[in-house]
Design a binder for this molecule. Structure first.
Ligand code: SF4
Ligand code: SF4
Length: 377
C-alpha cells in the first residue's frame, strides 16, 4: 500500500490490487493517457456512470475502494467499441472485464473464486470434489452398481439426485445472494450514489423495475452496442437455452418427483423442451465464440475465466445430448457413463456458478436495477 497527497487529500494506492487487476486482463490500463475517447464512444456510458475511462484510472491507481464501489463494471457489456477506437491500444474493454472479475472475487469466497478465475488446476480440483460427492452418495445408498434396464433411477436413485441437487442449489443460492448483497452494499457507498434523496427512493425503485425486466428478458442495454449484434443474439440464445433447461428440470421435479419412468420418450413435450433448449444453448455459445474470433484484434484472447465458463456450458449441454444419443441407440452402459458425467457437470455448474462468469446472471440485473433507482443510468 502506498499513500500520496493529492489536492490536500490522502490517496491510498494498493499496488497489490493494481497488479491483481493487471493479471485479470487489465494490463493495457498502464498505456492509457486519459484522453477520454473511450467514454465518448461507449454506447452504454451515461452521465451518472461515465465509463470506461474512470475505471481505467482506478486500475492505474490501484484504488480498491473505487473499483469495488462502482456499478460500472456491470453496466458494460464488453462490446469493445471503446477498445477499437483507443489511440493507445489500452483495451479499456478488458479493464472493465477485469474489474468484474475483481468484484466477483471480492464478493464471494476468495480462494474458491481464485480457482475459477486464475488457477489453471482449479477446475480439475473442483470437478474432482464434485465427482467425489456424487460417487460417495451413490455408494452410501448402495447404488454403485450397473443397472439392467434403461431407467435413470435404476442407476442414480432419486434420493441421491434430490439431495445432491438441493445441496448444490442451496450452496449456490446462498453464495450468490451474499455476493449480490455485498456488491449492492459497496455500490451504495460509492461516489455516484451519495446524492440519492430518501423521499425519491421508493418510487424510483418501483419505476426502475420495468428496465430490469426488459434487461433480463431482452438484454436491452446490450442490444445498443452496434458492433455486438451477433454477440447479442448468441447471448440471448444462451440465456433462453438455460431458462428452457431450468424450466424443464423444475417441471420434472414438480410433475414426477420420484423420477418414475424417467427418462421420458423423445416425443414427450418436456423431453422436447429439454433437447431444444440444449441445442439453442450450444448454438448461442458457438455464436459468442465465433464473434470473439471475429474481433480478435480488439478483444483479449479467451482467458482461463472464459474457458471455465465455456467448458461448464458445453459440458452440461453436450453431455446431455450425448446421453440422448446413446439412449436413442439403446446402449445401456454408454448411456449411464454419459449420464454420470452429465450429472457431475450439472452439479459443478450449479454449485460453482457464483464463483464463475455465471455470477453475471445474478449480480448484473440487481446492479442495473440499483443504478436506475439511483439515477445513474
Ligand atoms: S481511449 Fe484509451 S487512452 Fe483514451 S482514456 Fe480511453 S483507455 Fe485511455
Ligand atoms: S466494452 Fe463496450 S460497453 Fe464496455 S466500456 Fe467499452 S464500449 Fe462501453
Amino acid at each position: 500500500m502506498a499513500e500520496y497527497g493529492v489536492a490536500g487529500k490522502t490517496l491510498k494506492v494498493d499496488l497489490d490490487v493494481r497488479n491483481l487487476l493487471m493479471d485479470y486482463g487489465a494490463s493495457g490500463a498502464a498505456l492509457c493517457f486519459n484522453c477520454g475517447n473511450c467514454t465518448a464512444v461507449c454506447p452504454l456510458s451515461e452521465n451518472g456512470a461515465p465509463f470506461p475511462r474512470s475505471m481505467v484510472r482506478f486500475v492505474q491507481l490501484g484504488s480498491r475502494q473505487d473499483i469495488l464501489h462502482s456499478p460500472e463494471p456491470w453496466l458494460c457489456y464488453f462490446c469493445n467499441e471503446c477498445s477499437a477506437t483507443c489511440p493507445r491500444d489500452a483495451k479499456p474493454g478488458n479493464t472493465m472485464a477485469a474489474a468484474r472479475k475483481y468484484q466477483i472475487r471480492s464478493a464471494t469466497i476468495g480462494p474458491v473464486a481464485d480457482m475459477l478465475v486464475t488457477k489453471k488446476w482449479g477446475i480439475a480440483l473442483l470437478l474432482a470434489v464434485t465427482s467425489l460427492f456424487y460417487f460417495a452418495g451413490l455408494y452410501y445408498v448402495g447404488a454403485l452398481k450397473l443397472p439392467t434396464q434403461l431407467l435413470f433411477q435404476a442407476f442414480v436413485p432419486e434420493e441421491v439426485m434430490h439431495i445432491a441437487g438441493m445441496v448444490a442449489g442451496i450452496f449456490a443460492v446462498a453464495v450468490m445472494g451474499i455476493a449480490i448483497l455485498r456488491v449492492l452494499y459497496w455500490i451504495s457507498r460509492g461516489r455516484q450514489s451519495r446524492y440519492i434523496t430518501i423521499s425519491k427512493k421508493i418510487s424510483a425503485a418501483i419505476r426502475s423495475l420495468p428496465l430490469v425486466i426488459t434487461e433480463v428478458v431482452a438484454q436491452r442495454r446490450m442490444s445498443k452496442c452496434e458492433t455486438g449484434r451477433p454477440r447479442w443474439i448468441g447471448h440471448m440464445m444462451t440465456m433462453w437455452g438455460f431458462i428452457g433447461l431450468f424450466v424443464t428440470s423444475g417441471l420434472i421435479y414438480m410433475i414426477n418427483p420420484n423420477l418414475t419412468n424417467y427418462p421420458y420418450s423423445f416425443t414427450n413435450p418436456i423431453q422436447i423442451l429439454a433437447n431444444v433448449s440444449a441445442a439453442v444453448l450450444i448454438t448461442g455459445m458457438c455464436l459468442i465464440l465465433l464473434d470473439r474470433r471475429n474481433h480478435r484484434a480488439t478483444t483479449q484472447d479467451h482467458d482461463y475465466f472464459d474457458w471455465v465458463f465455456f467448458y461448464t456450458i458445453f459440458a452440461a449441454g453436450i453431455t446431455g445430448l450425448v446421453v440422448e444419443a446413446f439412449r436413442f441407440s439403446g446402449l445401456l452402459m454408454p448411456t449411464f457413463i454419459a449420464y454420470s458425467i452429465h450429472i457431475i457437470n450439472v452439479l459443478f455448474l450449479i454449485a460453482f456458478a457464483p464463483f464463475s462468469k455465471f455470477a453475471h446472471v445474478g449480480i448484473r440485473p440487481f446492479v442495473i436495477w440499483y443504478s436506475k433507482y439511483a439515477g445513474l443510468v
